[in-house]
Design a protein around this ligand. Structure first.
Ligand code: ZN
Length: 352
């Protein structure tokens, strides 16, 4: 009896060790997958607009699998409606294989899967084109995602669907053409950057996403602005997302400018008020600093309204940061050197 218990125990331990070893191997295989597709071009204008078939494929699959989030009361964009209707008419066994990955995307946040697809090369293969791992999730969760997406691409006829939607993407790019370069230049000038932070900014309209939704990943040498549809051109979103790859690492390097007990107190107070994408202290700080800069870039007569809006959305730190930025503006310092002073203002912020 005793001996069989010991044997059972050893079998369980052996199985657990096997599982851990397999998971470790999968993690390494995905994270360090060799780059076999060409890296994205970094020549030409610093800020470029482009229509991206990889993003289109990912978001077509997300929509087909029930990604229904929308901010606009009148509903989805025309492109999103058309693509969803076209895919709904088809029987797509490949979608069943994709579903666990798409559920994972929605669990960790779709922005993370947008980052992942921008690390891949062009359709139809989606081979790895950028090394490194820019995603806040274990790499092993993405094991086989590329092949499942490639199968979906073929089976759902995404190449043809993408062609039919080209006029809408071309019109969106035209609408923003004259706006993107000055918008990014204004942000860089405000932050007093001594050198551009990346080799280029790629602004990618994403008409299959919710209105006004955007992501600002930094992938390899480039930073991206992935932007959902908007009624009026959403220049604020471009500025916001262009700041993330610049300000996130700066904030992360100076978290100690805020005393630990103050940080703990503020995080505990704010965590329940902010959305699912901001459930850690650095994320709340990144967002608050970026929104404070946006307030300062806005017309002075509009600032109070924007601050009240931030407070209503659960970002009360925007106000003290924006007030401190007035001093930054007259200081002549670069944001890189001023940031500890800016963050230090949060050491005595009353939060009710
Ligand atoms: Zn943000």
């Amino acid at each position: 009896m005793k001996r069989s218990l010991i044997r059972l125990f050893l079998i369980i331990v052996g199985l657990l060790i096997g599982i851990v070893l397999l998971a470790g191997a999968a993690e390494l295989a995905v994270r360090f997958e060799p780059v076999t597709a060409p890296a994205p071009s970094v020549t030409g204008d610093y800020v470029q607009l482009a229509a991206d078939e990889r993003l289109f494929t990912l978001f077509a699959a997300l929509n087909a699998a029930g990604y229904d989030e929308e901010n606009y009361e009148q509903g989805f964009s025309d492109v999103r409606r058309t693509v969803r209707a076209t895919l709904a008419e088809q029987s797509l066994p490949s979608l069943a294989r994709l579903r666990p990955y798409l559920a994972m995307c929605r669990f960790i946040h779709v922005s993370q899967c947008a980052t992942w697809v921008l690390q891949r090369g062009p359709a139809p293969d989606f081979a790895r084109s950028v090394d490194g791992w820019a995603i806040r999730a274990p790499a092993l969760l993405f094991l086989g995602f590329d092949r499942a997406l490639a199968d979906f691409y073929q089976e759902a006829g995404i190449a043809a669907l993408w062609q039919t939607q080209q006029p809408a993407y071309a019109a969106e790019i035209e609408r923003y053409r004259a706006l993107v370069e000055p918008a990014v230049a204004e942000v860089f000038a405000y932050l007093r950057l001594t050198a551009p932070p990346t080799a280029g900014v790629r602004v990618l309209p994403n008409l299959l996403d919710a209105y006004w939704r955007g992501y600002g990943p930094h992938v390899g040498a480039l930073s991206y602005v992935v932007m959902g549809p908007a009624i009026e051109p959403n220049v604020g979103l471009i500025q916001h997302e262009a700041m993330h790859p610049i300000l996130n690492p700066l904030v992360d390097a100076h978290l100690d400018a805020i005393a630990q007990d103050e940080a703990d107190r503020l995080f505990a107070a704010l965590k329940p008020r902010v959305g699912a994408g901001y459930q850690n202290w650095p994320a709340i700080l990144h967002e608050s600093v970026i929104r404070a800069v946006e307030v300062r870039l806005a017309d002075p007569t509009d600032r109070e309204r924007l601050l009240l809006q931030e407070e209503a959305q659960g970002f009360p730190l925007v106000r003290p940061l924006a007030e401190q930025l007035a001093e930054y503006e007259t200081s002549g310092a670069t944001m890189a050197t001023y940031l500890p002073t800016l963050l230090a203002v949060l050491n005595d912020v009353p939060i009710d």
